[in-house]
Design a protein around this ligand. Structure first.
Ligand code: FYN
Ligand code: ADP
Length: 585
């Protein structure tokens, strides 16, 4: 901490006779920075302003990476993605009230996704806020944050900064990871204290995400249920990707020979080309399986709550591996809950299986293989077509080929059709290389996630963006250029939300609510900040531009012109759109 301790003694002629040794002091700014650094946090995503501007400067001077954004929501999304990728809480730093609120959506989304992040916001003076006397950016931020995150804390005294940050880190990482809010009132930053006492007040969190070993009887129960299966299926969720137990998860799948389905952010845990992947016959395996083992995946809306038509008529038994005991039985009965961290649970299962674990019946696996082959051939034909203008398949086939040659690239993906088609078309080969709209199906994560992926991994990032989705965070292309990040944004431009063909039936000159400016040139946006902009109207043009962007690492935006009639309302989740009673008749 010596680098940040300031000797505040001033030397004047009158002082000359006094002893020269004066106590070193430190302050709130430096204590916050040192507390983070002590816990190996080296990057802050944020946006400077009152009262945290100097904190951003001092953090940079102290050797931290300070990534400044144009809007706090994008900084928050970056922090959340960094948390998912690194198992360290991503830090988002904002100003008070409006900045805090802008960051809050990302904090709530991180919590929903089980990503560890800490939103640190400066706040106005407690005395004035609590008496509601109208302070600058007055808001009771702690109260507002509480219901939207896993934990929320406020620090009032410099000597408590170490404790506050330690509690925030532990809350974000332990058990089910999630978002934590840390409120730092403006006055705190300038508070001074003796440097040695300050140093002593800091805490290096020991074992912030303790392993949680599953109970032996729970392991045995899970194995017994699995043993009895005729049509077993394993479902991998983003919790399994987060857990970084990649080798054991692969070993479990390969040892058991059980077909598996990755949820979207678990794609690449095993290569999507793996012979046991059942992605290409998803509906069939969900409906037909008799025993389903969930590994870090919740039975929420994305899995039709574990019931209904998706799951077919055949009776099902579920085995669920999760760190959160209250997840069990949340939607349907779970026959064999296995509570613990995924690494410990999977290795306990492997140990319990011993050698000679029986493979699933051949009629189950060969039936899956047949359907898979058929569906993949159908898909291959669609991908090979070169329609003009491009459609989702032809444009995505280019990205699919590029990712195949650069499996280390991170794919960020949002939109409706752009999301749904990309999920099934773009194969992933390595774990934690796909970041997308997650549990909420949120739009606006694109540029924040892309910046974080580039900063954290140093690898090329390909952001596959619907034109609507891109609009939520598009201004961050300036951030991408400013930090010269290896991000290639591909905007799937079909002139509107879902598609660009809606008309306003009233005859009023306003266009329909789902329609954008026709033939917009999103590529010019990137050029405005010194990046590379490409207008691609054919698959060949797209291929050349993408290959060049990935090879050069230069910030690039490709405006990929897609047939404006392509796409369906809400992609593959049209059924969630309420329809008016009159229309249903
Ligand atoms: C998948 N499929 C394939 C392949 N991969 N066919 C051939 N080859 C390959 N490689 C098939 C698969 O078997 C499915 O067909 C179909 O393609 C779709 O697969 P997907 O995408 O895996 O599955 P599905 O049914 O779309 O998944 C359900 C879902 C998913 C809810 C998990 O839709 C999802 O994650 N949605 C998120 C949507 C969202 O958040 N949108 C943002 C808001 S948009 P069948 O087996 O025949 O079914 C606001 O409007
Ligand atoms: P998906 O959307 O991919 O299906 P979900 O976000 O629904 O995945 O589920 C992730 C689950 O993983 C959550 O229930 C969470 O508690 C769990 N989880 C996260 N990290 C771990 C871990 N290290 N060990 C065990 N479970 C975990």
């Amino acid at each position: 901490m010596s680098s940040v301790i300031e000797n505040r003694a001033t030397s004047t002629p009158q002082d000359m006779s006094k002893p020269t040794s004066v106590p070193e002091t430190t302050d709130g700014f430096h204590l916050v920075i040192e507390a983070l650094k002590l816990n190996d946090i080296d990057t802050i995503f944020g946006l400077p302003g009152i009262p945290i501007t100097d904190l951003t400067r001092k953090a940079q001077v102290a050797g931290m990476r300070m990534i400044s954004f144009r809007h706090e929501q994008n900084a928050g999304n970056a922090a959340a993605a960094a948390g998912f990728l690194t198992q360290k809480p991503g830090i988002c730093l904002t100003v008070s009230a409006p900045g805090f609120l802008n960051g809050l959506t990302a904090l709530a989304n991180a919590t929903t996704n089980c990503f560890p992040m800490i939103l640190i916001s400066g706040s106005s003076e407690r005395e004035i806020v609590d008496l509601q006397q109208g302070d600058y950016e007055e808001m009771d931020q702690l109260a507002i944050a509480k219901p939207l995150c896993k934990a929320a804390y406020r620090v009032l005294h410099a000597e408590d900064i170490g404790i506050g940050i330690a509690r925030a880190i532990r809350a974000a990482l332990s058990g089910r990871p999630g978002g934590v809010y840390l409120d730092l009132p403006a006055k705190l930053f300038a508070q001074t204290m003796d440097a040695a006492a300050g140093r002593k007040s800091l805490i290096k969190v020991v074992d912030p995400a303790p392993r949680q070993i599953p109970a032996p009887d729970a392991v045995k129960r899970a194995l017994d249920v699995l043993k009895g299966a005729k049509k077993p299926l394993i479902l991998l969720g983003k919790g399994a990707a987060y857990a970084q137990a990649d080798a054991d998860i692969r070993a479990l799948i390969e040892k058991t020979g059980i077909p598996y389905l990755p949820m979207s952010m678990a794609k690449g845990l095993l290569p999507d080309t793996h012979p046991q992947s059942a992605s290409a016959t998803r509906s069939h395996v969900l409906a037909e399986a008799d025993v389903v083992m969930l590994i870090g995946a919740r039975l929420n809306w994305l899995l039709s709550h574990g019931k209904g038509k998706t799951w077919g008529a055949a009776p099902k038994q579920f085995i669920q591996i999760d760190i959160s005991p209250t997840e069990i039985d949340s939607n349907v009965a779970i026959a064999a809950p296995l509570i613990g961290d995924i690494g410990s649970c999977v290795s306990a299962l492997l140990a319990g299986m011993g050698s000679g674990w029986a493979q699933p019946p051949a009629e189950w696996t060969s039936g899956i293989a047949e359907r898979k082959d058929k569906n993949q051939s159908k898909m291959a034909a669609q991908l090979a077509a070169r329609p003009s203008p491009m459609n989702f398949h032809s444009a995505l086939s280019v990205i699919r080929d590029q990712v195949k040659t650069r499996p280390d690239a991170v794919v960020v993906n949002e939109g409706a059709n752009t999301l749904d088609f990309a999920r099934s078309i773009v194969d992933m080969y390595e774990p934690r290389k796909r970041l997308d709209v997650g549990t909420w199906g949120i739009m606006g994560i694109g540029m924040g996630f892309a910046v974080a992926a580039a900063v954290v991994t140093g690898k090329p990032v390909i952001a596959i963006e619907g034109d609507s989705a891109f609009g939520f965070s598009g201004m961050e292309v300036e951030t991408i250029c400013r930090y010269n990040l290896p991000v290639c944004v591909v905007v799937f431009n079909n002139n509107g939300v879902y598609k660009g063909t809606d008309v306003n039936p009233t005859g009023h000159p306003d266009v329909a609510p789902t329609v954008f400016v026709k033939n917009a040139r999103y590529d010019k946006l990137m050029e405005a900040f010194g990046g590379v902009g490409v207008h691609a109207t054919t698959a060949d043009e797209l291929q050349r531009a993408l290959a060049e962007a990935v090879a050069s690492g230069r910030p690039t935006l490709i405006n990929a012109v897609i047939d404006e009639t392509a796409g369906t309302e809400s992609g593959r989740i049209t059924s969630l759109n309420p329809q008016s009673a009159a229309m249903k008749k």
